[in-house]
Design a protein around this ligand. Sequence first.
Ligand SMILES: C[S@@+](CC[C@H](N)C(=O)[O-])C[C@H]1O[C@@H](n2cnc3c(N)ncnc32)[C@H](O)[C@@H]1O
Length: 226
Amino acid sequence: MKIRLPGIFKRRKRREDDDPRVRVTRDISPSDFVLVNDQSYIYREKVLPQASTVEFWEGSGLVNFLANSPFLKSEILDVGCGSGEIDIILAGKGFTVTGIDISPYAINMAQALAEKYPHCRDRVRFVAGDMESISFERRFSSAIISHTFEHVINPDRVMENVIRFLEPGSHILVAVPNKKAWRDRTHLRYYTERSMKKFLSRYSDSPIVDVDNHERMIFASAKTRS
Ligand SMILES: C[S@@+](CC[C@H](N)C(=O)[O-])C[C@H]1O[C@@H](n2cnc3c(N)ncnc32)[C@H](O)[C@@H]1O
C-alpha cells in the first residue's frame, strides 16, 4: 500500500534530497571541511538568495542582540563571519570589524558585498582562515561567534585561539540555535542553555546565557578572564 505523505513532509524530503552537501562528521578531512563550507554558500545562494543581502539581516533579532549589547566594543573579531552581511551592518554603525571564515567562497562574497558599501568599506576586513589555528598580529577588544559553534570541528580550540587575540577582560558574544531549532547536515552538535553555560564557564567567570524562544536562539555574553 502506498502511504501518502502530507505536503509539508514531501517538501522537507525534496529539500534534503536537493542538498548537495555531504553530512559533516568530526573526522572529515580538512580539505573536505573547507569544501562543504564553500558548498553551503553556493547552496544558500540557490535556495535563499535574499540571505546574501544586508537588507535580509538588518533589524533581525541576531543583529539587535549584537549591536545593542553594552559589551560589543570596536575592534571586533567575527569568527565564522560567512558572507559578511552582519559585519557590514556593524561597520555602518561605526564598529571596526575583522571577519574570519574557513570558506574562501564566503570570504569572496563578503569582500564583493563590502565593495557595494563605500561608506563602511574601510571599517571591515575579511580573512580566509581556520580559527582553530590562525594567528593575528594584533589584539581585538571583543569577539562575535554567531551560529558557528555548532559547525566547528573543535569548539575548545576555537575558543582558546580567540582568547589569545583578545585584550584580557574582553567580551565574546555568542549566538547558536536553541537545541535542534535548525536541523542542518553541517551541524556537528546542539546546545541547550545549560550546555552553553557549562562550555562558556570554562573560559569566563560569569557568562550570561539567555534563551530567546521567539528567535529560537541562545544568546550569550562571556567576559574573558583578565
Ligand atoms: C552558519 S555560518 C555563520 C555565519 C554568520 N556568522 C551568521 O551568523 O550568519 C558558520 C560559519 O562558520 C564557518 N566555520 C566553520 N568552522 C570554522 C573554523 N574552524 N574557522 C573559521 N570559520 C569556520 C563556516 O565556514 C561558516 O561560514
